[in-house]
Write a protein that binds this ligand. Structure first.
Ligand code: FHN
Length: 433
């Protein structure tokens, strides 16, 4: 028995780390960071880079089949003189967001920091020559705003991103390359980001879906991140159930459990959750995208996410000069206004004791349950029994008492008439200690 254990250990030591399938045990710092992340609830996602010069979204290189040689011509024109990291952070804070997730490298491979393992970056290729990641990290540090870094594993420009996946086939690259070498490059870039820019709240991976069958050496990369910054959370938008080494699960354009977008998994893990959506239609700025989501829709998204225990990551795509489109900025600020009055029922909460229902959701914090009534026209709302008795029920806005009747099946609230235009009528239930 003892001999076979020794043999197993010796074998394990000989295997590369990624192949050992060691269980992932998050550190205490990591677990504390997960709780802070869940408390934060609202994040601002920022898609930006030289692709915005064409004002046609972040996929323009692929969608317009622009070869690398031509696409590289964008960088010398990228001079975002209105970029102001402090102003971005202030805007996020004033709009109710408690963390920022910045694109550091999207699928076009361009680095928004001064990468030493590539010159395809903001400092080496643009007249701007300023390290965007550094300036934003510094502004976030000053403001106490956690910063997550988006990193695209998919790369339309790197020669070693080979064999190709589903995209990036019209970039004009030679049909050869070494994927392990590409992964080394990726790990080197991540090392730069996690060692040169102060505390990073987490890494938001995207693009693995381009080559779902490839060996992405995930554990090697995830272990590297956890070693460099144990509190940094790792998440990946691979649209699958989380892999070992990930600290949170993310969804895109869908609430957890739904799959209207057509690519989300309906599996919901026990990890902290986040769902991302755009304030306009596109992630990166697109001049023909004149849409902006209504406040009603955004509020429902925030509330629906919180009621499922998930954070809401709302994207804005700044314009090529670094300024926000006024229509997008105004809507984000309106959401901030709603959060100033309703934030108590969102920030710091977890999913409430009643699972999502056709009328709405519940969130909970301490001995309070927040009943978010979104779609209910009757005065009487019956709820299943709660874990403890209700001591007091009142409206979050205005504090008016809400009569409660108990029965064998649960409780019934007599809702006061809704205020005109009120999207989310919140009843606060104080439970017995
Ligand atoms: O292809 C990207 C897309 O450009 C954007 O970054 C979104 C954000 O969730 N993720 C990918 C699509 O799944």
């Amino acid at each position: 028995m003892r001999r076979s254990l020794a043999l197993l250990l010796a074998l394990g030591a000989a295997l590369p780390l990624a192949a050992q399938e060691t269980p992932y045990v998050p550190t205490a710092e990591n677990l504390a960071a997960r709780a802070r992340f869940q408390d934060a609830k609202l994040g601002m996602f920022i898609h930006w880079g030289p692709a915005m010069m064409l004002q046609d979204g972040e996929w323009v290189m692929e969608n317009k089949r622009i070869p690398i040689a031509e696409y590289e011509g964008l960088a010398p024109l990228f001079n975002p003189v209105k970029f102001d990291a402090d102003a971005w952070v202030r805007f996020a804070r004033e709009s109710g967001f408690n963390y920022i997730t910045l694109i550091t490298k999207h699928h076009d491979g361009f680095a928004l920091w001064d990468s030493k393992v590539s010159d395809w970056d903001i400092v080496d290729r643009t007249p701007f020559r300023r390290d965007i990641v550094r300036e934003l990290a510094e502004a976030c540090r000053k403001a106490g705003m956690p910063l997550f870094l988006y990193y695209s594993q998919l790369d339309w420009r790197h020669p070693d991103y080979f064999p190709r996946g589903g995209t990036g086939k019209s970039a004009g690259r030679a049909e050869q390359g070494s994927f392990p070498r590409y992964l080394d490059y990726m790990d080197a870039q991540l090392t730069e980001l996690l060692t040169g820019y102060g505390p990073i709240a987490g890494v938001w991976f995207d693009g693995m879906w381009d080559k779902p069958g490839a060996d992405w050496r995930l554990r090697t990369t995830y272990d590297l991140i956890h070693r460099l910054q144990p509190a940094a959370l790792v998440g990946s938008n691979h649209h699958k159930a989380p892999y070992p080494g990930e600290d949170y699960q993310m969804f895109e354009k869908d609430l957890p459990g739904a799959n209207a977008a057509g690519f989300n998994t309906t599996h919901i893990s026990a990890l902290p959750l986040e769902t991302a959506e755009t304030v306009a239609e596109s992630w990166g700025f697109r001049i023909t995208d004149q849409s902006v989501k209504s406040l009603d829709r955004l509020v429902r998204y925030v509330v629906g996410a919180a009621g499922r225990g998930a954070n809401f990551l709302l994207n804005i795509g700044p314009r090529p000069d670094g300024s926000m489109h006024p229509r997008h900025e105004a809507r984000m600020r309106e959401l901030g206004g709603w959060l100033r009055s309703h934030g108590e029922a969102i920030y710091g909460t977890r999913a409430g004791p009643i699972t999502p229902r056709p009328w709405g959701v519940t969130t909970a914090k301490g001995n309070r349950v927040y009943v978010h009534v979104l779609d209910w026209n009757d005065r009487e709302l019956s709820l299943p029994a709660l874990p403890k008795g209700v001591r007091r029920a009142s409206l979050l806005i205005g504090g008016q008492a809400v009569p409660v009747r108990s029965s064998a099946d649960g409780i019934t609230l007599s809702l006061p008439p809704r205020a005109a235009g009120e999207v989310d009528q919140v009843v606060v239930l104080e439970l017995a200690p």
